[in-house]
Design a protein around this ligand. Structure first.
Ligand code: ADP
Ligand code: MG
Length: 250
């Protein structure tokens, strides 16, 4: 490395321009080879910095989201679930529903790809610059209950406000305690029209009282949740089950 390069590297480090540091040599070579102007070269160099920051921003948001598995929409086979409105799902990938603080609810039997879709939409939202947090419903209720016991509920509430989209997976498998129900109700009410929720459930709405215990509370909750919601019925044959049958046959 010559003296100029050493100096340049020190400058880039001080300015925290690691994208430029990594790429300026190849961009400079390219500029020389193609006879670019100095201004074109500068634009190309800073483009590398922008790309790098976008990429690390996405990485950071994906990490913060705690998505439990790497699932994306490209691996989702829409033909496996004909009852699902693909065009409507594709509309959600533009993330405008998150800008409008709307909700999405995926309801259907086990194994129909609800979690897969929820993760995929969460990932897409991270790519679009949204702050996302994935929870299982039971996991969130545990966190809420613990926070209440420790007196840190207010702090948790302030954290929630940072999330543009909260995914609540698997509502319905485990019934909540009365306190748990109350806390989850409070959580959902707090987000109402202030942020988006994406909920997956194996239970149709009429049966949500079974998880929340209290009929009045469930009605009030459903009223808020479904007010501005994109609802996707996802009933069908279990994809897992079908795959295992196919494997056994081959
Ligand atoms: P659910 O949450 O509805 O119970 P999952 O999303 O967990 O179902 O799906 C079960 C498994 O089957 C996962 O590995 C998922 O990736 C896969 N799967 C389900 N539906 C599809 C689909 N339509 N295309 C591709 N994979 C699918
Ligand atoms: Mg699931």
């Amino acid at each position: 490395m010559n003296a100029t390069e050493l100096r340049l590297n020190a400058y880039l480090k001080a300015l925290k321009l690691s994208g430029v540091a990594r790429h300026y040599k190849s961009v400079a070579q390219d500029a020389e080879a193609t006879g670019q102007s100095y201004v074109d070269f500068l634009a190309a160099v800073f483009e590398q910095e922008i790309l790098k920051r976008e990429q690390s921003g996405i990485q950071f948001r994906v990490q913060q989201a705690h998505l439990p598995l790497p699932k994306t929409l490209d691996t989702f086979d829409f033909t496996a679930i004909p009852s699902l409105n693909k065009a409507k799902v594709v509309t959600l990938t533009h993330c405008e529903w998150i800008d409008r603080n709307e909700n999405a609810i995926l309801v259907g039997n086990s194994g129909t790809g609800k979690t897969h879709l929820a993760i995929s939409l969460g990932y897409i939202a991270c790519q679009a610059g949204k702050r996302v947090r994935f929870y299982t419903a039971a996991g969130l209720v545990n966190d809420l209950t613990a926070a209440q016991k420790e007196g840190t509920l207010a702090r948790l509430e302030r954290q929630w406000r940072r999330w543009d989209l909260v995914i609540l997976d698997e509502l319905g498998y485990i019934p909540f305690s009365p306190t748990g129900s109350q806390l989850l109700f409070q959580f959902c009410s707090e987000r109402y029209e202030r942020g988006s929720l994406l909920i997956t459930s194996n239970l149709e709405f009429a049966r949500w009282t079974e998880v929340f215990g209290d009929e009045k509370l469930t009605t009030a909750l459903l009223d808020r949740l479904t007010h501005r919601a994109h609802i996707f019925p996802m009933n069908g044959e279990s994809y897992r089950f079908r795959e295992s049958i196919r494997r056994q046959q081959s």
